[in-house]
Design a protein around this ligand. Structure first.
Ligand SMILES: [Zn+2]
Length: 143
């Protein structure tokens, strides 16, 4: 991901990306966002929803509810054409659901530009729009 977008995500969500500049020997988050710019909005929206949920629920807790732990990202990357958003242990079902939703959506969004995309490739599978698939000479997958 372009460094300007990387910086923007870290500035908008300092708690989620608090380990962004830790050494890579300590956390893979130190590598940065290991995916294309096309998923910026997806990651931004995911983090916005996660942080809003944590802040809101902790400000106005439901009766007998425990505090929701802050989410800290441990790795954000592309794998087999999909977004992987790994976090330090957090058992909150709502947050898990948000992450699953974003990871599923990534299979329909071009990793390069954010347009509608599909799975392409044979060795290295990537999610790309028709334009970027043609540019990189990727073949559409029948899946
Ligand atoms: Zn594209």
């Amino acid at each position: 991901m372009h460094e300007d977008l990387d910086k923007k995500l870290c500035e908008k969500y300092p708690e989620i990306f608090r380990n962004r500049h830790e050494p890579v020997t300590k956390t893979p988050m130190g590598w940065g966002f290991e995916c294309g710019d096309g998923w910026y909005d997806l990651i931004d929206t995911l983090c916005h929803n996660i942080q809003h949920y944590i802040d809101w629920e902790n400000k106005y807790p439901k009766a007998h509810a425990e505090n929701i732990e802050q989410v800290v990202a441990s790795q954000v990357k592309e794998k087999f054409g999909g977004l992987r958003f790994y976090i330090d242990y957090n058992s909150d079902e709502t947050i898990r659901g948000m992450i699953t939703m974003a990871e599923s959506m990534s299979y329909h969004i071009c990793e390069e530009c954010g347009d509608r995309g599909k799975s392409h490739g044979s060795g290295w599978i990537r999610t790309l729009c028709d334009r970027h698939a043609a540019k990189y000479e990727y073949r559409e997958l029948d899946i």
